[in-house]
Ligand binder design. Structure first.
Ligand code: 3UK
Length: 517
């Protein structure tokens, strides 16, 4: 695609800050504590850049850890790290010292910019991993902001001009860590070019976002879904982003109404929780400003899509993305949605379905999803690179099927296929059906070892308000599944729970349920 060709020397922070000259007084970022106009954002980024170079003594290529809840300041820090030619390594706010230590070693992190609120775990990690030389903190009390280690104190006397480091298009600027549901988390490296490419793919072809848009949502900036959707995409088109430090489904609904947000990014489970609230108090929230709502992170069940559409009139934009690919690569614009399918490769990307030997399978046959395009997987010195990238294809580990029209239909993570008495059963298919029942708020289906059948289908169910767990309801749900899909797929065992284990990114942790099963 012609618009994906960039000059050989390019610094993505500089590109993203270009809107600062075009519309300097427009609000770029709305935070819990403060807002930043485009001009103020650029000024802060420039001052932080001076601190990085003059006080933290970073040189291009150094890896800088970023740590904080979503906020304008966190965005400014990421852009500053890019502007000085360093590599940003954002970390999930919930991580503990041990997990941070793994990241510090794996990415050889030498400096960190950290929210005062998340200081303790990082200090513990630093004491065991001295490769992390220096940390500066932002936020905190006025007294803390006077300390020598405060980013604010250090920014005060810095110039608001800075000449971006002339990076090349293929310099690494970002290391994204996968959530690591199994085994050691994987570190994926991305270039300045990749950051530009994701801004110029999905938002252009599918989201069709513009300067007038107001972006809002929940994914942490440490998750590339959130980094793109809540920071890079809005900045690229000169729009406004609302960054929520804390949120619940209820406060997200309030924030959409308050800020008249037009584009929302979150995970399916969050949309479900929002609809549950909207159904209880139908007239309470005015969501009429919303234009596009994007769901990613895990499969979007039909019931979630349908309820959302009934309550808002909006066709949800489902999209599959991956940390390895940086952002969404298969999706459909709202006027091209085919309910149940994720969509088609977004312009710039190609997708195919492969069998176990890496050969393409015919239309209609389930296999492994493989994609290629302007972004791709580059693990940092990790033998698992060979599992993910084969013959130039990025093989995602998802079972998919393609139809005659080139739409891609999600089946399951390849490791979430249940084999029971010789039948292959996709866990998400059973979950979809259970979610159509009014008693079910959330559910997770896993294979449970069974002497006779090898595995049996087991469902963990969180009930909707007003429903009581009992064996009659268990039977009702089993009959409901049998009456809706092939009876052999029904959950032979159902366990009622009050919550399900999820990652900070909203993904079900089926492996943890498999362990208890
Ligand atoms: C699953 C989906 C079905 C799928 C991500 C948007 O989720 C993101 O990245 P992760 O590295 O996980 C990747 C895996 O998650 N998945 C994501 N979206 C969907 N499955 N339907 C979907 N719509 O198994 C994939 O392989 O955490 C999502 C943008 C950026 C991202 N990093």
């Amino acid at each position: 695609l012609p618009h994906l060709h960039y000059p050989a020397q390019l610094n993505c922070a500089q590109e993203l800050l270009q809107q600062a000259s075009a519309q300097s007084d427009k609000v770029a970022l709305i935070g819990a504590e403060n807002n930043l106009t485009y001009a103020q954002l650029r000024q802060q980024v420039n001052q932080i850049s001076h601190v990085l170079v003059e006080q933290l003594h970073v040189i291009p290529g150094n890896r800088v850890l970023l740590r904080g809840a979503n906020s304008p300041m966190l965005v400014a820090c990421i852009l500053a790290v890019w502007q000085v030619g360093c590599i940003a390594v954002p970390s999930m706010p919930m991580l503990r010292a041990k997990e941070l230590g793994v990241m510090i070693e794996q990415a050889q992190i030498s400096a960190a910019l950290c929210s005062e609120a998340l200081k303790d775990e990082l200090l513990t990690a630093q004491s065991e991993h001295p490769v992390l030389r220096q940390i500066m903190y932002y936020g905190g009390t006025p007294a803390q902001q006077q300390l020598p280690s405060s980013l604010h104190a250090a920014m005060k006397d810095k110039s608001s001009q800075f000449k971006p480091v002339a990076t090349s298009l293929e310099d690494v600027c970002l290391i994204g860590f996968t959530s690591g549901t199994t085994g050691k988390p994987k570190a994926t490296a991305h270039f300045h070019r990749d950051v530009m490419a994701i801004c110029d793919c999905f938002p252009v072809s599918t989201l069709r976002s513009q300067a007038e848009d107001i972006f809002i949502g929940t994914p942490p900036l440490a998750f590339t879904f959130g980094l793109g959707g809540l920071a890079l995409f809005p900045l690229r088109v000169g729009a406004t982003a609302v960054l929520l430090e804390k949120y619940t489904p209820e406060t997200l609904l309030q924030a959409i109404q308050q800020h008249r947000a037009t584009i929302c990014f979150t995970a399916p489970t969050f949309y479900r929780q929002m609809t549950a609230i909207m159904l209880q108090a139908a007239s309470k929230f005015d969501l009429s400003s919303l234009r596009k709502t994007v769901s990613a992170g895990e499969a979007l069940p039909a019931a979630t899509r349908a309820t959302w559409q009934t309550l808002t009139g909006l066709r949800m934009i489902d999209g599959i993305g991956a940390t390895e690919m940086l952002h969404i690569f298969i999706s459909a614009a709202d006027d091209e949605v085919r309910a149940g399918a994720t969509g088609k490769p977004i312009p710039g990307y190609q997708a195919t379905i492969l069998d176990g030997e890496g050969n393409p399978v015919p239309v209609g046959v389930v296999g492994r999803l493989a994609v290629k395009g302007p972004t791709g997987c580059r693990y940092l010195a990790d033998p698992r690179q060979a599992n993910y990238v084969c013959n130039g294809w990025n093989v995602t580990g998802d079972a998919y099927v393609m139809d005659d029209d080139g739409y891609f239909w999600y089946r399951a993570r390849t490791d979430d296929m249940i084999i029971s008495a010789g039948y292959n059963i996709a866990a998400p298919e059973v979950e979809e059906v259970l979610l159509q029942h009014p008693a079910v708020a959330e559910c997770a289906v896993v294979g449970c070892p069974d002497e006779e059948r090898g595995q049996i289908v087991k469902a963990y169910v969180v009930l909707a308000a007003d429903f009581e767990p009992n064996s009659a309801l268990e039977k009702t749900l089993q009959e409901f599944v049998k009456a809706t899909i092939a009876p052999y797929k029904y959950p032979r065992s159902i366990e009622f729970k009050t919550t399900l284990p999820r990652t900070d990114t909203g993904k079900l942790q089926r492996f943890r349920l498999r362990e208890c099963a």
